[in-house]
Each structure stands twice: as C-alpha cells, then as structure tokens.
Design a protein around this ligand. Structure first.
Ligand code: OXT
Ligand code: ADP
Ligand code: MG
Length: 577
C-alpha cells in the first residue's frame, strides 16, 4: 500500500525508504479519502502532484475559500471529512473562513495547510509566508494539530479524522510544516506508523429514560410539531426518520437544508404554514436543529403566546437549554434515537388531534394557492416569482438534482417556492447566512454525488466565488448556474444623491454574467423572460454541459435583506425613506 519508496545510497545499508509526502498520501488513502480540494503552491505543490499520481482526485480551485466550502459540503454530503489543502499564511487564511463555516454548521472538514519553519516562525524572523497558523486556527475550529515528525503523520491524521466526524461534526486544522514533507524514514516503520481509523463516529445510544421522557411529553401534546434540521439530514437516517414522522402523524417543519428529507409535498409537511405552526404549537420536538436565530431562539413573538414545551434530540449535550428550557433532552445520534422512538412506539401510538392537523393543512393550502398565480407570470424583465416558478418545475422533473442557493431575495424566495423531494438535495448559506458558498458547494456536490447541480444565485452572491466557473469548465461538471441579475445587492435601484459614485448596493447595470461562462468554453445564455429561462435550464439539464444563465430580474423587484430586513439596525438620525 505504501506508495513509492527509494533505496538508501550507502553500500551495505540498503533499505526501503519513504518520506513525509508519501506518508501523508498513504495515510489519507488508508482512511478512504479519495478527493482533495486545493489550491497548489509552496510547500504543497508536489504533494498535490504525487497525490494525483497515487489516484487521489485533486480538484484545483482558483481561491482557497471556495476549495474550503467545497470540502465542508463534501463532508456534509458524505459523513467523511472533506479535505481542503492550502499553502501557508495567505492560502491558509483564505481557507480559514470556510473552516470556521464548517465548524459553525457542524460539517466534518479538515483544513490541511503547509506552513513555514517553526524555528523561524517562533522567533519571528520573517520567513517566507511566516505565520503561527496553529494558534490562529485554534479558536475557529473544533480541534487543531501540528505534525513535526514523519513518524507522527499517521497519528496526526487519525486524530484529525476522529475530531472532525465524531460527536458533533466540525472543522479541524492540520498544520504540516514544509520540512515535514522531505523527512525520510524506513518504509516499513512508516507503514506501521499509519492508522486506519476504526469506527470514527461511534453510535451514541440515548438512555432509555430520555426516550421515555420525550415520548411521554409528546403524547401529552394537543398541538405537537416536529422540526427537522440539517443535523437530521446529515445523519443519513432517512428511512427511520420517515417511519417515525409518519407513525407519529405529527406535522413537521423542515429547516432550510432539511427540506426534502421528507418531501415538501408530503401531507404532514408544514413548511408552507411556518408562522402558524411556530405560534400555535404546544410541544415542539427538535431533531438536529438548534434554537438559534433561525428559530428566533425559541422565544418571542414568532413563537406566539401559548406556552411551549421543547424536546430536543442532539448529539451535543451542551446544546440542551442553550436558549430556552428543554423539558426532554435526548442526547444521542439521530439514527439511534429515532430507531429507539420507533421501537417504543411499536406498541401503539395515537395520532395528534385532527383539529390541529386540519388547521395546518388548510393554512398550507391557502398559502400555496396564494402563491400559485405569482409563479405563472411571464413578465419581462422577470420578477423573482416568475423565474422561480420555472425552476420549481425543473426540480420537480429532476428530483435527483442538487439545488445550491444563495443571495438574499434569491435565497429566501427560492427556499419557499422550490419544493425538494429527496434528502440532502438543498445546499445553501447555512447557519451564518454566508455569501460565497455557491460555486464551491456546486462543484463538490457534482463531484461527490454524480448528480446534476442547479445553482440559483443572487448576482451579488455569485460574485464572491464567480471565478470558479473556470473550474467548472475545466472539470466539465454538470452544473447549471442561474444568476438572478437584479443589478445589485437586494435591488439595483439605489441612488447616491451626493456625488457621481454609484450607490453602495448597486452594480453595473445590464451586466452579462453569461459571457463569463463562454470565456471558458461553457454555455452562456441571456434569459429575459420565464419562457427563455425555461428553455435554457431544460437544455442544460439535458446536455449536462457547464452552463450559466443570466436571468434578467427587474431591479426593483427585491426587498432589503430579503426576509430578514428586521435584523438591520436603524439609525435614529437617518431620515426614514
Ligand atoms: O407562514 P408564513 O405565512 O409566514 O409564510 C412563510 C411560509 O409559510 C411560506 N411558505 C410557502 N408558501 C407557499 N408555498 C410554499 N411552498 C411555501 N413554503 C413556505 O413562505 C413564508 C416564508 O417562509 P420561510 O422562508 O420558511 O420563513 P421565514 O419567516 O423567512 O423564515 C425565517 C428564517 C430566518 C428561518 C428564514 O428567513 C431564513 O432561513 N433566512 C436565512 C436568511 C439568510 O441567511 N440570508 C442570507 C444573508 S442576508 C445578508 O447578510 C447578505 N449579504 C451580506 C453578506 C453576507 N451574508 N455574507 C458575506 C460573506 N458578506 C456579506 C449580502 C452581500 S445578502 C447579500 C447579497 C444579496 O444580494 P444578491 O444579489 O445576492 O441577492 P438579491 O437579494 O436577490 O439581490
Ligand atoms: P438547522 O440550521 O438546519 O436548524 P443546525 O445546524 O442549527 O440545523 O443544527 C444541527 C444540529 O444537529 C447540531 O446541533 C448538531 O449537533 C446536530 N447533529 C449533527 N449530526 C448529528 C447526529 N448524527 N446526531 C444527532 N445530532 C446531530
Ligand atoms: Mg441581486
């Protein structure tokens, strides 16, 4: 298994040798890691070449942040740590945002960065790209390690893998100083130093008492609600979760990336009655979802007047009581917990009161009916609903496709309009609402799953990772990027009334993003109406060719910050517009 080794030159002392480069590659391969997302350069260029020669898929990006977002989402999709490889200081820092993002979102990822020489860095003598990377990474990830000796590479990687995927998954930093790669050791000893990680994310079995407590509270509910978060999607316990939800008869609300875990068209789905179920429910069971800002911290006006009881299923014990009291904490991995629920319910379960489920169904039908005519408009330039009506049908016809989505209006409206049918098919900005995940996530999604990707991007959002369209073309990936081009952030209509500079939120009017894709040999289309958009996306899905569609959206169509405008602080001195 150990790839290439050399003979030592000294006569009579011939032995098989290996070095740091080969040990890193062998350790990765031994642990089933077959893809690395990277940007090459000193000191890792040869590592990338050798890894490619050894059969690891090396995906080279134009910017480390995008490689990092790719690695993070690869971890989410596969439950194996996604690997991002960077050069020292600036490359490391470029990857660090993605590492912090992975940690925040509970995605398993390892950022491996080459670094400068310890002796020089520690004395601050000004080495090439000098930086104490380990110290900087530590507060931003779940764990951070440095390997100084070739014989510790196996253990170092094993620790990184375990830290990334066990318990609550997250980002891990692995610091590999340049000198390490050239260190030579006996090949047999090197082979023995490698570690194949066994049972990297052990099942965490919930206590029977916590299962009973949770089901007792749920049984007593008159208006129960299940909230499914991206932790539930990550767990890959799809069948158990479906059985539990259907057996319980309880309405469920999917968080953004949990859409499709059960189909959005499932009769129990309360996605289209979100505010009603949050306000009116009396018992809420959270499965792999945190009571953070996306759920208004479990309190306040979005949760209504009625007192609530919360049950929470999470692998992280410290998540319990983080925002409000959790009356029934269930600590364990979601697969084990939900199986235990199903077993306990096998002896009988009473469905929730029909009055509650019917009230939700009618609210949901009302909201869906209200939206339907908006989705069929054929205005040119398009509004969001006209364009999204087209994309909704594309995903309906291609439920296997992965939807990547970022922006403000482009994100919030797409989330509501586009139904998802299968688990882990919707990838978006996650817990931080970060712009820039688009192309990295699209590339990893295409590579890791082999399915077509539809990336629905605000024009601002796309700009954060837009150069990666070259990467998409270079690897000839089946990715169709649709840019909702409304000439700016939120809207393209702001005016600076003071001087000739453009307003802070607007971009060049009438920009043709489609030309960017054409520049690298992909297909570019300018779509000015829903009909044109439909033709272009349908063709892209059929051909599988890298495609970018510039969807011309009315610059006045959006609203400030999409659906989270309430989070903007207000100045008392500024005259309200
Ligand atoms: O129940 P009610 O009646 O209330 O109705 C709800 C649902 O029931 C209903 N619904 C439906 N109706 C009918 N049919 C169906 N199928 C259906 N489904 C649902 O619809 C409503 C709404 O449902 P929703 O969306 O579920 O509920 P709600 O109340 O919105 O949920 C609350 C939240 C908080 C859970 C939700 O809003 C949410 O998940 N929000 C996430 C928001 C987010 O993360 N936004 C991104 C950040 S915004 C800002 O920060 C931006 N920046 C700054 C920046 C960032 N972010 N990052 C970096 C690195 N630098 C800077 C920037 C630069 S956005 C941005 C760019 C924006 O410009 P673009 O050009 O990219 O985009 P455009 O805006 O398009 O121009
Ligand atoms: P969302 O944004 O969809 O609401 P969050 O990212 O806030 O989801 O929450 C995901 C939660 O899922 C985290 O608290 C994390 O600890 C938990 N989690 C992740 N994987 C598992 C798992 N296999 N079993 C149990 N909990 C998990
Ligand atoms: Mg925009």
């Amino acid at each position: 298994m150990l790839n290439t080794a050399t003979k030592s030159e000294a006569p009579g002392t011939e032995q098989e040798l290996t070095d740091g480069f080969h040990l890193v590659i062998d350790a990765l391969k031994l642990n089933g890691i077959n893809t690395i997302y990277n940007v090459p350069g000193i000191p890792i260029t040869d590592l990338g070449r050798m890894a490619q020669a050894a059969g690891i898929r090396m995906i080279s990006f134009r910017h480390e942040q995008n490689a990092g977002y790719a690695a993070g989402i690869a971890g989410y999709l596969t439950k194996k740590p996604g690997i991002c490889l960077t050069v020292s200081a600036p490359g490391f820092l470029n990857g660090l945002t993605a590492l912090a993002h992975a940690t925040t979102n509970c995605y398993p990822m390892i950022l491996i960065s080459g670094s400068s020489e310890r002796e020089i860095v520690d004395l601050q003598q000004g080495d090439y790209e000098e930086m104490d990377q380990l110290a900087i990474a530590k507060p931003l990830c779940k764990a951070a390690y440095r390997v100084l000796h070739a014989q510790d590479i196996g253990i170092g990687l094993a620790r990184a893998i375990r830290a990334a995927v066990s318990g609550r998954p997250g980002g891990v930093y692995l610091d590999l100083p340049a000198k390490l790669f050239g260190q030579v050791m006996n090949a047999d000893a090197g082979r023995k130093s490698l570690v194949k990680v066994i049972d990297a994310a052990p099942a965490q079995i919930p206590s029977p008492a916590s299962i009973k407590r949770a089901l007792d509270v749920l049984k007593g509910a008159k208006r129960p609600l299940i909230i499914l978060g991206k932790g539930a999607a990550y767990a890959q316990a799809d069948e158990e979760i479906k059985t539990f939800v259907e057996k319980s008869g309880i309405p469920f609300l999917p968080m953004s990336m949990a859409k499709g875990l059960l189909s959005d068209t499932h009769p129990q789905c309360a996605g289209a009655a979100r505010s009603t179920v949050l306000k009116e429910s009396d018992v809420v069971l959270l499965i792999g979802a945190r009571l953070n800002w996306l759920l208004s911290h479990g309190k306040g006006k979005n949760w209504g007047e009625a007192p609530k009881k919360f049950i929470q299923v999470d692998i992280e014990p410290r998540e319990m009581d983080s925002n409000v009291e959790i009356v029934a904490p269930v600590v364990g991995d979601i697969g084990s917990v939900v199986s235990a629920f199903n077993q306990a319910m096998a002896s009988g379960w009473t469905a929730p009161p029909a009055e509650w489920t019917k009230a939700i169904s009618s609210k949901r039908e009302e909201n869906v009916a209200k939206m339907a005519p908006k989705l069929m408009n054929n205005k040119s330039p398009m509004d969001y609903h006209g364009a999204l009506g087209v994309l909704k049908n594309v995903i309906k016809d291609h439920p296997e496709a992965i939807l990547v989505n970022e922006g403000a209006n482009t994100l919030d409206l797409a989330r509501g309009v586009i139904d998802m049918y299968r688990p882990r098919k919707r990838l978006d900005v996650g817990t931080w609402g970060v712009m820039g995940i688009g192309m990295g996530q699209a590339i990893a999604a295409a590579l890791e799953t082999g399915h077509p990707v539809l990336a629905v991007e605000g024009d601002s959002a796309f700009g954060f990772s837009g150069m990666e369209v070259e990467t998409i073309c270079r690897y000839n990936l089946p990715i169709c990027v649709v840019i909702f081009n409304n000439d700016g952030i939120y809207r393209g209509t702001d005016v600076n009334s003071v001087n000739a500079d453009p307003a802070t939120t607007v971009f060049v009017k009438g920009a043709r993003y489609d030309k960017m894709m054409e520049a690298f040999g992909g297909v570019g289309v300018n779509a000015t109406s829903p009909d044109e958009l439909k033709r272009a996306v349908v063709e892209a899905m059929k051909s599988g060719k890298p495609t970018l569609i510039n969807a011309v959206i009315d610059p006045a169509a959006g609203s400030e910050s999409g659906r989270i405008g309430n989070l903007n602080p207000q100045s008392v001195l500024q005259k309200k517009k």
